[in-house]
Design a protein around this ligand. Sequence first.
Ligand code: ATP
Length: 305
Amino acid sequence: PSPRVCVLGSANMDLVVFADRAPARGETVAGRSLLTVPGGKGANQAIAVARAGGDVRMVGAVGTDVWGDQVLAVLQAAGVDVSAVRRVDGPTGTAHVLVDASGDNSIVVVPGANGAVHDPVPGLDAALDGAGILLLQLELPLDAVLAGARAARQRGVRVVLTPAPARALPAELLELVDLLVPNESEAAVLTGCGDPEAAAAALLDAVPEVVVTMGARGAVWRRRGADPLHVPAPQVTAVDTTAAGDTFVGALAVALGENRPPRAALTWAVAAAALSVQKRGASTSMPSRAEIVAFVRDAFGHEVC
Ligand code: ATP
Protein backbone atom coordinates (compact mmCIF):
# COMPACT_ATOMS: atom_id res chain seq x y z
CA PRO A 1 0.00 0.00 0.00
CA SER A 2 1.13 3.58 -0.65
CA PRO A 3 2.09 5.71 2.36
CA ARG A 4 -0.63 7.69 4.01
CA VAL A 5 -1.44 11.27 3.03
CA CYS A 6 -2.06 13.63 5.93
CA VAL A 7 -4.08 16.81 5.37
CA LEU A 8 -3.88 19.66 7.90
CA GLY A 9 -6.52 22.16 6.86
CA SER A 10 -9.93 23.77 6.94
CA ALA A 11 -13.34 22.13 6.94
CA ASN A 12 -16.38 24.28 6.18
CA MET A 13 -20.02 24.03 5.36
CA ASP A 14 -20.61 26.01 2.17
CA LEU A 15 -24.03 27.69 2.09
CA VAL A 16 -24.60 28.49 -1.56
CA VAL A 17 -27.54 30.75 -2.45
CA PHE A 18 -28.62 31.08 -6.07
CA ALA A 19 -30.37 34.39 -6.88
CA ASP A 20 -30.97 36.50 -9.98
CA ARG A 21 -28.68 39.15 -8.60
CA ALA A 22 -26.85 40.13 -5.44
CA PRO A 23 -28.74 42.57 -3.18
CA ALA A 24 -27.58 46.17 -3.12
CA ARG A 25 -26.69 47.62 0.28
CA GLY A 26 -29.73 47.53 2.57
CA GLU A 27 -31.81 45.66 -0.02
CA THR A 28 -33.53 42.26 0.23
CA VAL A 29 -33.85 40.05 -2.84
CA ALA A 30 -35.57 36.69 -3.29
CA GLY A 31 -33.25 33.72 -3.73
CA ARG A 32 -34.02 30.78 -6.02
CA SER A 33 -32.46 27.94 -4.07
CA LEU A 34 -30.00 27.00 -1.35
CA LEU A 35 -27.32 24.34 -1.58
CA THR A 36 -25.48 23.23 1.57
CA VAL A 37 -22.32 21.35 0.74
CA PRO A 38 -19.18 20.59 2.75
CA GLY A 39 -16.13 22.51 1.58
CA GLY A 40 -12.99 24.19 2.79
CA LYS A 41 -9.69 23.50 1.05
CA GLY A 42 -8.53 20.99 3.66
CA ALA A 43 -11.68 18.89 3.51
CA ASN A 44 -11.81 19.14 -0.29
CA GLN A 45 -8.22 17.94 -0.68
CA ALA A 46 -8.78 15.09 1.81
CA ILE A 47 -11.86 13.91 -0.10
CA ALA A 48 -9.99 14.18 -3.41
CA VAL A 49 -7.21 11.96 -2.04
CA ALA A 50 -9.68 9.37 -0.77
CA ARG A 51 -11.64 9.32 -4.04
CA ALA A 52 -8.40 8.88 -6.02
CA GLY A 53 -7.61 5.80 -3.93
CA GLY A 54 -5.28 7.24 -1.29
CA ASP A 55 -5.13 6.43 2.42
CA VAL A 56 -5.81 9.82 4.04
CA ARG A 57 -6.13 11.26 7.52
CA MET A 58 -7.37 14.79 8.13
CA VAL A 59 -6.28 17.05 11.00
CA GLY A 60 -8.43 20.08 11.79
CA ALA A 61 -11.56 21.16 13.63
CA VAL A 62 -15.30 21.51 13.21
CA GLY A 63 -17.80 23.02 15.65
CA THR A 64 -20.37 21.37 17.86
CA ASP A 65 -23.23 22.45 15.57
CA VAL A 66 -25.18 20.43 13.02
CA TRP A 67 -22.84 21.59 10.22
CA GLY A 68 -20.01 19.89 12.10
CA ASP A 69 -21.96 16.60 12.17
CA GLN A 70 -22.65 16.86 8.46
CA VAL A 71 -19.11 17.78 7.42
CA LEU A 72 -17.69 14.87 9.44
CA ALA A 73 -20.25 12.47 7.98
CA VAL A 74 -19.36 13.44 4.40
CA LEU A 75 -15.62 13.12 5.06
CA GLN A 76 -16.15 9.70 6.64
CA ALA A 77 -18.40 8.50 3.85
CA ALA A 78 -15.67 9.42 1.36
CA GLY A 79 -13.22 7.25 3.32
CA VAL A 80 -11.26 9.99 5.12
CA ASP A 81 -9.92 9.10 8.60
CA VAL A 82 -11.38 11.89 10.77
CA SER A 83 -10.03 10.72 14.13
CA ALA A 84 -7.82 13.85 14.30
CA VAL A 85 -10.61 16.31 13.42
CA ARG A 86 -11.51 17.89 16.76
CA ARG A 87 -14.90 19.23 17.78
CA VAL A 88 -14.55 22.64 19.36
CA ASP A 89 -17.28 24.65 21.08
CA GLY A 90 -19.03 27.04 18.73
CA PRO A 91 -19.83 27.07 15.03
CA THR A 92 -18.20 25.13 12.20
CA GLY A 93 -16.47 27.26 9.57
CA THR A 94 -18.91 28.47 6.94
CA ALA A 95 -18.61 29.97 3.47
CA HIS A 96 -21.63 32.06 2.48
CA VAL A 97 -21.71 32.09 -1.29
CA LEU A 98 -24.11 34.05 -3.47
CA VAL A 99 -24.23 32.96 -7.11
CA ASP A 100 -26.03 35.34 -9.48
CA ALA A 101 -27.74 34.59 -12.79
CA SER A 102 -24.51 35.13 -14.74
CA GLY A 103 -22.70 32.59 -12.53
CA ASP A 104 -20.55 35.22 -10.80
CA ASN A 105 -20.23 34.76 -7.08
CA SER A 106 -19.54 36.79 -3.96
CA ILE A 107 -18.39 34.99 -0.83
CA VAL A 108 -18.11 35.69 2.89
CA VAL A 109 -16.03 33.14 4.82
CA VAL A 110 -16.45 32.83 8.59
CA PRO A 111 -13.57 30.70 9.95
CA GLY A 112 -15.48 29.31 12.97
CA ALA A 113 -13.75 26.23 14.35
CA ASN A 114 -10.92 26.51 11.80
CA GLY A 115 -9.78 29.63 13.65
CA ALA A 116 -9.31 27.56 16.81
CA VAL A 117 -6.59 25.37 15.25
CA HIS A 118 -3.29 26.65 16.69
CA ASP A 119 0.20 25.42 17.49
CA PRO A 120 0.42 22.93 19.23
CA VAL A 121 -2.09 21.17 16.98
CA PRO A 122 -3.74 18.27 18.85
CA GLY A 123 -3.42 14.96 17.01
CA LEU A 124 -0.89 16.26 14.48
CA ASP A 125 2.10 14.15 15.57
CA ALA A 126 0.11 10.92 15.63
CA ALA A 127 -1.44 11.75 12.24
CA LEU A 128 2.01 12.22 10.69
CA ASP A 129 3.28 8.85 11.93
CA GLY A 130 3.45 6.60 8.90
CA ALA A 131 2.57 9.45 6.52
CA GLY A 132 4.58 10.11 3.37
CA ILE A 133 3.04 13.45 2.40
CA LEU A 134 1.48 16.39 4.26
CA LEU A 135 -0.95 18.62 2.35
CA LEU A 136 -1.23 22.20 3.64
CA GLN A 137 -3.22 25.25 2.51
CA LEU A 138 -3.61 28.72 4.05
CA GLU A 139 -7.16 28.59 5.46
CA LEU A 140 -5.98 27.80 9.02
CA PRO A 141 -4.11 30.25 11.28
CA LEU A 142 -0.54 30.58 10.00
CA ASP A 143 1.01 29.31 13.25
CA ALA A 144 -0.82 25.99 12.76
CA VAL A 145 0.36 25.74 9.14
CA LEU A 146 3.93 26.38 10.29
CA ALA A 147 3.61 23.79 13.07
CA GLY A 148 2.46 21.25 10.50
CA ALA A 149 5.34 22.00 8.14
CA ARG A 150 7.88 21.83 10.97
CA ALA A 151 6.57 18.53 12.35
CA ALA A 152 6.53 17.02 8.86
CA ARG A 153 10.07 18.13 8.08
CA GLN A 154 11.31 16.62 11.36
CA ARG A 155 9.85 13.26 10.34
CA GLY A 156 10.99 13.40 6.72
CA VAL A 157 7.38 13.76 5.50
CA ARG A 158 7.13 15.60 2.15
CA VAL A 159 5.43 19.01 2.57
CA VAL A 160 3.08 20.12 -0.25
CA LEU A 161 1.60 23.62 0.13
CA THR A 162 -1.31 25.12 -1.80
CA PRO A 163 -0.74 28.86 -1.16
CA ALA A 164 -4.45 29.77 -1.08
CA PRO A 165 -5.92 32.20 -0.22
CA ALA A 166 -3.04 34.06 -1.81
CA ARG A 167 -0.78 36.06 0.48
CA ALA A 168 2.88 36.81 0.93
CA LEU A 169 4.56 33.89 2.69
CA PRO A 170 7.13 34.10 5.48
CA ALA A 171 10.57 32.71 4.56
CA GLU A 172 10.27 30.49 7.63
CA LEU A 173 7.39 28.62 6.00
CA LEU A 174 8.83 28.50 2.46
CA GLU A 175 12.02 26.89 3.81
CA LEU A 176 9.93 23.94 5.00
CA VAL A 177 8.02 23.42 1.73
CA ASP A 178 9.11 20.64 -0.64
CA LEU A 179 6.50 21.27 -3.34
CA LEU A 180 4.48 24.46 -3.84
CA VAL A 181 1.27 24.23 -5.94
CA PRO A 182 -0.11 27.71 -6.74
CA ASN A 183 -2.61 28.53 -9.44
CA GLU A 184 -1.70 31.34 -11.87
CA SER A 185 -3.02 34.18 -9.73
CA GLU A 186 -1.41 32.84 -6.54
CA ALA A 187 1.89 32.46 -8.42
CA ALA A 188 1.53 36.10 -9.50
CA VAL A 189 0.90 37.27 -5.93
CA LEU A 190 3.94 35.34 -4.66
CA THR A 191 6.34 36.58 -7.35
CA GLY A 192 4.84 39.80 -8.74
CA CYS A 193 5.14 38.12 -12.13
CA GLY A 194 2.04 37.61 -14.28
CA ASP A 195 3.54 34.99 -16.59
CA PRO A 196 3.07 31.54 -14.96
CA GLU A 197 6.21 30.06 -16.55
CA ALA A 198 8.38 32.90 -15.33
CA ALA A 199 6.68 32.83 -11.93
CA ALA A 200 7.39 29.09 -11.62
CA ALA A 201 11.05 29.69 -12.45
CA ALA A 202 11.25 32.52 -9.90
CA LEU A 203 9.68 30.37 -7.18
CA LEU A 204 12.53 27.86 -7.53
CA ASP A 205 14.65 30.35 -5.59
CA ALA A 206 12.41 29.68 -2.59
CA VAL A 207 11.38 26.01 -2.92
CA PRO A 208 12.89 22.98 -4.70
CA GLU A 209 9.77 22.08 -6.70
CA VAL A 210 6.79 24.02 -8.05
CA VAL A 211 3.68 23.02 -9.96
CA VAL A 212 1.67 25.96 -11.34
CA THR A 213 -1.88 25.08 -12.39
CA MET A 214 -3.14 27.06 -15.38
CA GLY A 215 -6.85 26.29 -15.63
CA ALA A 216 -7.87 25.01 -19.07
CA ARG A 217 -4.20 25.16 -20.13
CA GLY A 218 -3.18 22.40 -17.73
CA ALA A 219 -0.14 22.60 -15.49
CA VAL A 220 3.63 23.09 -15.52
CA TRP A 221 6.08 21.40 -13.14
CA ARG A 222 9.46 22.94 -12.40
CA ARG A 223 12.26 21.30 -10.45
CA ARG A 224 15.65 22.81 -9.73
CA GLY A 225 18.13 21.67 -12.36
CA ALA A 226 15.48 20.03 -14.60
CA ASP A 227 13.65 21.14 -17.74
CA PRO A 228 10.05 22.36 -17.26
CA LEU A 229 7.45 19.68 -17.68
CA HIS A 230 4.11 20.68 -19.27
CA VAL A 231 0.93 18.68 -19.33
CA PRO A 232 -1.93 20.36 -21.24
CA ALA A 233 -5.46 19.81 -19.95
CA PRO A 234 -7.64 17.62 -22.17
CA GLN A 235 -10.43 19.57 -23.86
CA VAL A 236 -13.61 19.09 -21.88
CA THR A 237 -16.82 21.03 -21.32
CA ALA A 238 -16.39 22.74 -17.97
CA VAL A 239 -19.63 23.29 -16.05
CA ASP A 240 -18.17 24.16 -12.63
CA THR A 241 -14.49 24.61 -11.83
CA THR A 242 -15.03 24.86 -8.06
CA ALA A 243 -12.35 22.82 -6.30
CA ALA A 244 -10.56 21.88 -9.54
CA GLY A 245 -7.36 22.94 -7.82
CA ASP A 246 -8.10 20.82 -4.74
CA THR A 247 -8.94 17.80 -6.90
CA PHE A 248 -5.66 18.34 -8.74
CA VAL A 249 -3.58 18.44 -5.54
CA GLY A 250 -5.35 15.44 -3.99
CA ALA A 251 -4.77 13.31 -7.08
CA LEU A 252 -1.18 14.53 -7.37
CA ALA A 253 -0.53 13.47 -3.75
CA VAL A 254 -1.83 9.98 -4.48
CA ALA A 255 0.39 9.66 -7.57
CA LEU A 256 3.45 10.93 -5.70
CA GLY A 257 2.74 8.54 -2.84
CA GLU A 258 2.78 5.72 -5.37
CA ASN A 259 6.17 6.93 -6.64
CA ARG A 260 4.98 7.64 -10.16
CA PRO A 261 7.50 9.56 -12.26
CA PRO A 262 6.76 13.31 -12.68
CA ARG A 263 5.09 13.13 -16.10
CA ALA A 264 2.80 10.28 -15.08
CA ALA A 265 1.95 11.98 -11.77
CA LEU A 266 1.17 15.29 -13.48
CA THR A 267 -0.95 13.56 -16.14
CA TRP A 268 -2.91 11.76 -13.42
CA ALA A 269 -3.61 15.07 -11.61
CA VAL A 270 -4.59 16.90 -14.81
CA ALA A 271 -6.94 14.05 -15.71
CA ALA A 272 -8.59 14.05 -12.26
CA ALA A 273 -9.10 17.83 -12.39
CA ALA A 274 -10.51 17.69 -15.93
CA LEU A 275 -13.06 15.12 -14.75
CA SER A 276 -14.04 17.31 -11.77
CA VAL A 277 -14.80 20.43 -13.86
CA GLN A 278 -17.38 18.46 -15.84
CA LYS A 279 -19.59 18.06 -12.77
CA ARG A 280 -21.20 20.57 -10.41
CA GLY A 281 -20.08 21.06 -6.84
CA ALA A 282 -16.86 20.53 -4.93
CA SER A 283 -16.74 17.26 -2.99
CA THR A 284 -19.52 15.94 -5.22
CA SER A 285 -17.45 16.39 -8.40
CA MET A 286 -14.27 14.57 -7.44
CA PRO A 287 -13.57 11.51 -9.58
CA SER A 288 -12.99 7.99 -8.29
CA ARG A 289 -9.78 6.10 -8.96
CA ALA A 290 -11.49 3.96 -11.59
CA GLU A 291 -12.76 7.06 -13.41
CA ILE A 292 -9.28 8.62 -13.42
CA VAL A 293 -7.65 5.41 -14.72
CA ALA A 294 -10.17 5.17 -17.56
CA PHE A 295 -9.86 8.85 -18.45
CA VAL A 296 -6.04 8.78 -18.53
CA ARG A 297 -6.27 5.84 -20.94
CA ASP A 298 -8.86 7.53 -23.15
CA ALA A 299 -7.61 11.12 -23.12
CA PHE A 300 -3.85 10.57 -22.96
CA GLY A 301 -3.58 7.12 -24.49
CA HIS A 302 -1.51 5.54 -21.75
CA GLU A 303 -2.10 2.99 -19.08
CA VAL A 304 -1.69 3.89 -15.44
CA CYS A 305 -1.36 0.97 -13.02
P1 ATP B 1 -10.32 26.39 -8.27
O1 ATP B 1 -10.01 27.64 -7.51
O2 ATP B 1 -11.44 26.53 -9.25
O3 ATP B 1 -10.39 25.19 -7.42
P2 ATP B 1 -7.74 26.84 -9.18
O4 ATP B 1 -7.91 28.25 -9.65
O5 ATP B 1 -7.07 26.60 -7.89
O6 ATP B 1 -9.09 26.09 -9.21
P3 ATP B 1 -6.94 26.08 -11.83
O7 ATP B 1 -5.57 26.31 -12.31
O8 ATP B 1 -8.03 26.94 -12.36
O9 ATP B 1 -6.88 26.06 -10.25
O10 ATP B 1 -7.36 24.57 -12.13
C1 ATP B 1 -6.65 23.47 -11.57
C2 ATP B 1 -6.48 22.40 -12.61
O11 ATP B 1 -7.79 21.97 -13.02
C3 ATP B 1 -5.79 22.84 -13.89
O12 ATP B 1 -4.40 22.69 -13.79
C4 ATP B 1 -6.38 21.89 -14.91
O13 ATP B 1 -5.65 20.67 -14.89
C5 ATP B 1 -7.80 21.66 -14.39
N1 ATP B 1 -8.77 22.52 -15.08
C6 ATP B 1 -9.25 23.72 -14.66
N2 ATP B 1 -10.11 24.24 -15.55
C7 ATP B 1 -10.18 23.35 -16.57
C8 ATP B 1 -10.90 23.28 -17.81
N3 ATP B 1 -11.71 24.28 -18.20
N4 ATP B 1 -10.71 22.19 -18.59
C9 ATP B 1 -9.89 21.18 -18.23
N5 ATP B 1 -9.19 21.18 -17.08
C10 ATP B 1 -9.33 22.25 -16.26
